[in-house]
Design a protein around this ligand. Structure first.
Ligand SMILES: NC(=O)c1ccc[n+]([C@@H]2O[C@H](COP(=O)([O-])OP(=O)(O)OC[C@H]3O[C@@H](n4cnc5c(N)ncnc54)[C@H](O)[C@@H]3O)[C@@H](O)[C@H]2O)c1
Length: 260
């Protein structure tokens, strides 16, 4: 059997109506997993065969309810992909405290709450499977290096990076079969990047969105933006038995952006 086969597993993906989330739902399903897709949107068509649940990742009670529902109906959870996220593109001077806090709430507290809510079910499910259960947290190259006009976002993604390592160390110390890793995409063609280009132009950093996109593209050694399925492939790997010796790691998928 392929070490990347996910047959018989159950996975939960947050932010699943967005670019990377949608690609992740499909990639996990293609690898054999039953996928529960969730997003803050009330209703969504993801994939005819994937279940969909509304989940605001900042709502602790909603996490408890959804995990209890998954336990009751599926009896297990093998992978949690904490993918939901928002960007803030603004100077430090013009970032409001509310905007700052919302960014930390969705990007950091959402990951904490999801991990906390799902850990017990993941622990039970991971015990009967090679490689155990897996939590994959979406950080960013912005969690590895700073970026002008992205202070709130980079701060949040840096926190996701170290929360990931702390959770990995804790579960390993406790002997819980849960691996925890972060993924660090470069610029990926999704609606988040479209919003960022528009904000760069509004802030006067670029003349137009085309120039902003061309400049961001050129920041990758490969010379182009990434596609959502190029990130989803790495997420499938981290959820699979093939990654059984990976925990507390940073999987950088950035077209060489941080290589030079
Ligand atoms: N696109 C990129 O270039 C890029 C690069 C590095 C990291 N990332 C990260 O990858 C993840 C996915 O980003 P994307 O590019 O697909 O963005 P996207 O905007 O296409 O999707 C993000 C999704 O998160 C959902 N969401 C927002 N707030 C939520 C909340 N409170 N609860 C639940 N869902 C919520 C949105 O509805 C949306 O569907 C994010 O964490 C992002 O920071 C993206």
């Amino acid at each position: 059997m392929s070490p990347f086969d996910l047959s018989g597993t159950v996975a939960l993906v947050t932010g699943a109506t967005g670019g990377i989330g949608r690609a992740t739902v499909k990639a996990l399903r293609d690898a054999g997993s039953t996928v529960i897709a969730s997003d803050i949107a009330a209703e969504a068509t993801i994939d005819a065969a994937a279940e969909y649940h509304r989940l605001d990742v900042t709502d602790e009670a909603a996490w408890t309810t959804l995990i209890a529902d998954i336990a009751a109906r599926h009896g297990r959870l093998d992978a949690l992909v904490n993918n939901a996220g928002i960007s803030v593109t603004n100077s430090i001077a013009e970032t409001s405290l509310a905007e700052w806090r919302k960014c930390q709430a969705v990007n950091v507290e959402g990951v904490f709450l999801g991990t906390k809510a799902a850990a017990e079910l993941l622990r039970r499910s991971g015990a009967d499977r090679k490689g155990g259960a897996s939590i994959v947290n979406l950080s960013s190259v912005g969690g590895l290096k700073g970026s002008a006009y992205m202070a709130a976002y980079c701060t949040s993604k840096g926190a996701v990076r170290l929360f990931t390592k702390s959770a990995a160390a804790e579960y390993a110390m406790l002997g819980w079969p849960i691996r925890v890793n972060s993924v660090h995409p470069g610029g990926i063609d999704t609606s988040m990047m479209d919003t960022i280009y528009a904000r760069y132009v509004e802030a006067g950093l670029f003349a137009d969105e085309q120039t902003a996109r061309a400049t961001v593209s050129a920041g990758h050694a490969i010379g182009r933006m990434g596609e959502p399925d190029e990130i989803a492939a790495g997420i499938v790997y981290l959820c699979s038995p093939g990654a059984s010796f990976m925990t507390g790691s940073e999987l950088v998928i950035d077209g060489g952006m941080t290589a030079r």
